[in-house]
Write a protein that binds this ligand. Structure first.
Ligand code: FMN
Length: 248
């Protein structure tokens, strides 16, 4: 059984879609091919790979309550390609969005259902994930936690010869459990969808989110976006800055 996983974020690095694709891959067996869809130059390679695939999983961000335009352009091409070549693979979808409610991905899921109907493909369902940006940040936190643990153990070995400084291991275990908890909804649904993909079965549309209360999410998101706005060219991404007038 061949499953093609397509990472559709237009970002070059550190996108949430890549994170969810990696998690989804953990729960799929058989031949797995991961590809990126960023520009039209990627189209041919993907079309070649889906030819003999049983399942295709799109991992993509929600843009303006819908499918990003570069993915739409590809879907138009794919529709024609599937009709001409009589392809009938299953299509699954892992969509993530910035706001907290995963349910906001419902219109995107419906677009995929309609696409499958037109292209003669089988829509297998999908997982809509809210708080995608924040969940993506948890993977950095995980790496930071491991780095801190290694540092603390190294210091402890140098100072006392003890490989198991209790406080460092306990702090790592606590923070790891917290990160895992934030991701539990995502892991649960991706594991269940992985089972459906393995069987080529219908999974349905499921929605989840980062498992933190909404008011905590809003405070964290506000702080995150103020800091990233300042780092990326001034507060509110330059909305309040004076605009250059075109001389022409
Ligand atoms: C142009 C654009 C439009 C977006 N529209 C929405 C939206 O309608 N609703 C939402 O919750 N998030 C929206 N977002 C946030 C993205 O869905 C979110 O950042 C996502 O995690 C990006 O995934 P990626 O890192 O895989 O590209 C938008 C982001 C961009 C850049």
């Amino acid at each position: 059984m061949k499953t093609v996983l397509i990472q559709c974020s237009p970002k070059k690095r550190f996108c949430a879609s890549a994170y969810f694709l990696t998690l989804q891959k953990l729960f799929i067996s058989g031949e797995k091919v991961s590809l990126k869809l960023r520009t039209p130059a990627d189209h041919e390679r993907i079309l070649e790979e889906v030819k003999d695939a049983q399942n295709v999983v799109f991992c993509l961000p929600l843009f303006v309550d819908g499918i990003p335009s570069h993915v739409l352009a590809f879907l138009e091409k794919l529709e024609q390609y599937c009709v001409e070549n009589h392809l009938h693979f299953n299509v699954y979808c892992v969509a993530n969005n910035g706001f907290i409610e995963g349910k906001q991905n419902e219109p995107l899921m419906q677009n995929f259902e309609h696409f499958c109907a037109r292209a003669g493909l089988t829509f297998g369902g999908g997982v809509g994930i809210g708080g995608g940006v924040m969940l993506n940040v948890t993977r950095i936190l995980f790496v930071v936690e491991i780095a801190l643990l290694v540092l603390n153990v190294a210091m402890s070995v140098i100072e006392t010869g003890n490989f198991f400084p209790a406080s460092s291991w306990l702090s790592f275990a606590e923070n790891f459990a917290l990160i895992l908890y934030f991701n539990l909804g995502v892991l649960y649904y991706l594991a269940r969808m992985g089972t459906a993909i393995r069987k080529g079965a219908y999974f349905g549309k499921k929605y989840t989110r980062i498992l933190i209360p909404s008011f905590v999410f809003i405070i964290c998101a506000d702080i995150f976006f103020i800091i990233s706005s300042i780092l990326e060219g001034g507060i509110f991404r330059g909305w309040l800055s004076k605009k250059k007038v075109d001389a022409k």
